[in-house]
Every structure is written in structure tokens, then in C-alpha cells.
Design a binder for this molecule. Structure first.
Ligand code: 13P
Ligand code: SF4
Length: 302
């Protein structure tokens, strides 16, 4: 099928089956364009919770589709490409977190949503990159373990006072590719432009940036800024919406290394097949779903 036919079939089946398509800001442009809603992890989690349609096609990676299922368990959630995972999420296991908790009994576990349902289930509260500082501040704990992202953990540690933050050793292999040299090169190639980065970048990188935020916060920042040029230090899929929303502003990616292979796996063909066949359904074991839901709901309540 050609692209036009694929899009019209997607829209036809979507209507027929009362389905909705959610997509993350890192998805390829074509997917973002056919989605009913595009957002960052927090926006997608909130949206998923309130979805009325019967079927959710989640264009993102596993942990995001799992969060949608956990927050709205009566809906059928499909991840179009089953092996679209997140290597950072795989860097923490529930078993190892439990061992850590036993060795360090007087702390709360704050888990980034980029984690498996099992890890969320053994956590006290979840957070995303846009609310991590807020969640830790409002939690009121004296000591926390922040898992799995050591970079976001350090960012939180630097922003929040009076909380001891122990960090898991996980990281995003994509954002970890960014170097201080990339920042220096961008500054000399594009003087006057601001550098906006995601807090998953290495600490020395976000220290040299002009703004640090989640994908939605970067989009918001550019929209509200008077400036005409920006260097973007997060996965390049975000440039699609950035350029669409800001046709008169110039945007450059900080480095071509910022491409998440897993986020790029989903194609229009995959979405069409997901709608047609309803395969790759997200299923989460009952007691894990209940415990993970508590951690996610606590985040939304905080
Ligand atoms: P956001 O929550 O900022 O969308 O980030 C998700 C993610 O996977 C970043 O790599
Ligand atoms: Fe995971 Fe990094 Fe890809 Fe985000 S960009 S989904 S953290 S691997």
C-alpha cells in the first residue's frame, strides 16, 4: 500500500474499532502526524488514564505502553512493534532494587517512568523528566534512591535541598552520547543560539546548556521564547513538532548521534497492522499491575 492508502486505512479502521493513537515526541514525523495525541511521557500517561475509546495504539517504547495499560487497565493497549524497548529501562530489575532496599531500609524509591512494570511495582513513587524535581520535593523523604537514570538523578539532587539522593547506575545510551565538545562546537558554529537539552544528558553537558527540560518542556520553551535560533540536545524526532510549531525559528540538532533506534522502529505499516490484527497486546500480571499503579497514581497525585 502506498502512504496515502495506508493513512486512509488507518483512519478507517480507527473509526470502525473506536481506537485512539498515542505517540511520543520521538516518533518519526509520519507517525506524529497521524496520531490523535503526541506528547512527552507525563502528558501521555495523563492522556492514557482518561481515554474513553476501547483500543489504544501506543506508538512509543514498551514502558510507555505499559504505563498506559497500568493506568487504564480496562482498555486494550497495543504496542505496534513488540521489540521497541528502552535500554535504560532494562538497567534496573525489581530483584536488584529489592536487594538495595533491604540493605538501605530507611529510604524511599523514586523511579523514573523509563522502567519496567516490575520495577515500578517495587517503587514508592514514579516520576518523569518533567516532574522529577517536584515529585521528590513533595514526597518529603529525607533519603531516596533514584532509579534507573543516574543523570536525571543528579539533576534532581542539584535542584532539591535537604534530600539525600542515592543514584542507580542506569543511563540512556542515546543521550549519554552527547559530549561537552558537542556543546562547544554548537556554540561556535551558531553564536547567539540557545542550547536546550534533556536531563538524561551527562551531567557536564546539562551544566553547560541554557535550558534543561523534558521533551514537552523544550517544546514549550521554544514556543514562548523571543529568540530565533535553538540547538536541540535530545532525540531528533522532536524536531518534527518543533519545526511545525515554529516555522520562523531556526533549529539544529546538537549532534546527529541523538537518534533512538527503538523510537524509530514504528512505521505507518506497523500502525496499520496493529489496528487491523490487534496483536502485540500489552498484558501485565495482576499483582504487578496493582502495585505499579500505586506508584504511578502517587506521582499523579503529588
Ligand atoms: P520525555 O518524558 O521528556 O518525553 O522523555 C522520555 C524519554 O524516553 C527520553 O529519552
Ligand atoms: Fe530509552 Fe533513551 Fe530511547 Fe528514551 S531515548 S526511549 S531513554 S533509549
Amino acid at each position: 500500500m502506498n502512504k496515502i492508502d495506508l493513512i486512509s486505512e488507518i483512519n478507517r479502521i480507527k473509526k470502525e474499532k473506536n481506537a485512539v493513537i498515542l505517540a511520543h515526541n520521538y516518533q518519526i514525523g509520519e507517525i506524529q502526524d497521524i496520531a490523535d495525541f503526541v506528547g512527552d511521557s507525563l502528558q501521555l500517561a495523563k492522556k492514557a488514564k482518561d481515554i474513553k475509546q476501547d483500543l489504544i495504539i501506543f506508538c512509543g517504547v514498551t514502558f510507555m505502553a505499559e504505563s498506559a495499560k497500568i493506568l487504564n487497565p480496562n482498555k486494550k493497549v497495543i504496542l505496534p512493534v513488540l521489540d521497541a524497548g528502552c535500554p535504560m529501562a532494562d538497567m534496573a530489575t525489581a530483584e536488584k532494587i529489592n536487594v538495595f532496599k533491604k540493605e538501605n531500609p530507611n529510604l524511599k524509591v523514586v523511579t523514573y517512568v523509563n522502567s519496567s512494570a516490575e520495577v515500578k511495582a517495587v517503587s514508592d513513587v514514579c516520576c518523569t523528566s518533567s516532574n522529577a524535581v517536584d515529585v521528590v520535593e513533595k514526597l518529603g523523604a529525607e533519603k531516596i534512591l533514584f532509579a534507573p537514570d543516574k543523570n536525571l538523578g543528579t539533576y534532581v539532587d542539584e535542584q532539591v535541598e535537604g534530600v539525600e539522593v542515592l543514584k542507580w547506575k542506569g543511563f540512556c545510551p542515546i543521550h549519554e552520547r552527547v559530549t561537552v565538545e558537542d556543546i562547544d562546537r554548537a556554540r561556535s558554529e551558531h553564536p547567539g543560539m540557545e542550547i536546550l537539552v534533556h536531563p538524561e544528558c551527562p551531567v557536564e553537558v546539562f551544566h553547560k546548556a541554557d535550558f534543561v527540560g523534558s521533551t514537552a518542556q523544550i517544546l514549550e520553551y521554544v514556543k514562548n521564547s523571543e529568540l530565533k535560533g535553538f540547538i536541540i540536545g535530545t532525540e531528533m524526532g522532536i524536531l518534527h513538532t518543533l519545526k511545525k510549531e515554529n516555522p520562523n525559528k531556526e533549529m539544529f540538532i546538537l549532534t546527529e548521534k541523538l537518534i533512538c533506534e527503538n523510537m524509530k522502529k514504528t512505521t505507518l505499516e506497523d500502525v496499520y497492522k496493529a489496528l487491523r490484527d490487534e496483536e502485540n497486546e500489552i498484558v501485565i500480571e495482576g499483582h504487578i499491575a496493582i502495585k505499579a499503579n500505586e506508584a504511578l497514581e502517587r506521582m499523579l497525585n503529588l
